[in-house]
Design a protein around this ligand. Structure first.
Ligand SMILES: CC(=O)SCCNC(=O)CCNC(=O)[C@H](O)C(C)(C)COP(=O)(O)OP(=O)(O)OC[C@H]1O[C@@H](n2cnc3c(N)ncnc32)[C@H](O)[C@@H]1OP(=O)(O)O
Length: 412
């Protein structure tokens, strides 16, 4: 691929020099209103950048005005296949260079990079919901934030296996490998590279308040689930009872039964008033574990991964469809026009067609349909799908139906 895309007074390219990486990282921190970076911050951060994955917009005077980083990953699509995906993150444009097309060029560059790497999907977590639709992203998975307030475990919940807490050194050595071994057990989940773990786990493990990690091993003795959490003590004692809040950052397991054992571990912990979990599947049945199910409060169901089909025919062809009569779907993609066209989708797969379209939608809306988070009917009722044949809309609901609610569950 081209390693630079020249615009009026800046060019986007892969960052390679230490000084460039540092400048882009500093810019990002300021863009996100974090405190300025110190030398020790940079020393800790620099190794978390994988070579060639940090892109910058540099002016002709050599000033860094934009940044974007990508995680090379794989994502589970409906039907069970895993496909190459690019996870876009650390997007920032210097405040004095905004609304001049810097992000637009970073986007062009990262899509070209993804295509060159065979990454047929791109996903991201958005700081604001108004930014990414124009670049072809839609809300492709959703997540639930829940608070458990004084939860009590139901007596009939089965118990199996054993939970053990890891030391920090064990957690650093074992957790990433365990995530990999557990695998992508739900549509929308993604693999995590070394660079992801470096930023989102390893650094915190070396700081003053490291994560706590507990692992479940099944009846056969093999590790099959883990939870990463922290406890914050309640400083504001109104009562004489001590009670901490547990913050759950990551909880995965090969089976629901194994994951439930970790919920049991958390719920039964002494001196805990509340458990807050920030990014969980919307249908995770934690309430079923409780004698007082109303103690599990959904604080928010919000956007999890924003999804963009970078290569529409390849991405449509990678997932499966429920058996139904074909539907001709016209896709408009203004940003990557080679994707625009009409696709005949059926239980047998997807082909381009010259037949008239039954449904017409933007590629951002296709990103909302792709993992099954939303139905074509719901999107049509919201004005996101133009319907030429109402019967085809019902068929499309069936075609795109998935057997589980998608969830990414990896923040980045
Ligand atoms: C995946 C992640 O990393 S999320 C992190 C995103 N980063 C941030 O939120 C940090 C703070 N914000 C920023 O750094 C910048 O404002 C950015 C990155 C959001 C936008 O960068 P810019 O270079 O200003 O964007 P650019 O000039 O290419 O704008 C392209 C279009 O998007 C629109 N746009 C840009 N930002 C926003 C926004 N926050 N809300 C709504 N529309 C926006 C522009 O108006 C423009 O529209 P137009 O094509 O109709 O004229």
């Amino acid at each position: 691929m081209t390693r630079s895309a020249v615009m009026a007074d800046f060019a986007v390219r892969v960052l390679t020099q230490d000084s460039e990486l540092r400048a882009a990282h500093s810019l990002l921190r300021v863009a996100l209103h974090s405190p300025p970076m110190t030398d020790s911050d940079w020393a800790a951060t620099k190794p978390t950048y994988k070579p060639d994955r940090f892109f910058g917009a540099i002016t002709t005077d050599g000033v860094t005005v934009g940044s974007a980083y990508v995680y090379d990953s794989e994502v589970a699509v409906p039907g069970g296949k895993t496909v190459p995906m690019s996870g876009l993150t650390r997007v920032g444009v210097r405040a004095d260079h905004r609304r001049r097309g810097v992000l637009t060029e970073l986007m062009r560059f990262q899509f070209a990079d993804a295509r060159a790497n065979g990454q047929i999907l791109s996903t991201l977590n958005a700081t604001e919901t108004g930014i990414y639709g124009r670049f072809g992203y839609g809300i492709g998975t959703r997540a639930r934030e829940m608070h458990l307030i004084k939860p009590r475990l139901r007596s009939g919940v089965p118990q199996s296996g054993r939970v053990r807490m890891l030391s920090s050194a064990e957690a650093l050595a074992l957790t990433a490998a365990l995530y990999e071994r557990i695998g992508l057990y739900r549509t929308g989940m993604m693999t995590r590279g070394r660079d992801w773990w470096a930023v989102h786990f390893d650094r915190s493990m070396r700081e003053d308040e490291p994560y706590l990690v507990a692992v479940h091993s099944g009846p056969d003795g093999g590790d099959d689930a883990y939870v990463i959490y922290k406890a914050s003590s309640n400083e504001d004692h109104v009562s004489t009872e001590y009670g901490a809040t547990l913050h759950v950052y990551d909880l995965h397991g090969t089976t629901l039964a194994a994951r439930n054992q970790l919920w049991r571990f958390l719920i039964e912990m002494d001196l805990v008033n509340e458990i807050h979990a920030h990014d969980r599947p919307v249908d995770e049945p934690v309430e079923l574990l409780l004698e007082n199910p109303r103690a599990c409060i959904t604080r928010n169901i919000g956007d999890d991964a924003w999804v963009r089909l970078v290569d529409v025919p390849a991405a449509l062809g990678a997932r499966t469809y429920t058996d139904a009569e074909p539907v001709a779907i016209a896709v408009n993609d203004a940003f990557l026009p080679e994707n625009s066209g009409t696709y005949l989708v059926s239980g047998d797969g997807v082909v381009r067609t010259s037949a008239p379209a039954d449904l017409t939608l933007g590629v951002d809306t296709l990103g909302m349909l792709y993992f099954g988070a939303w139905t074509p009917s719901a999107l049509a009722a919201a004005g996101r799908v133009r319907v030429s044949d109402p019967v085809a809309l019902t068929r499309a609901d069936r075609l795109f139906q998935t057997d589980s609610i998608p969830w990414c569950g990896t923040g980045f």
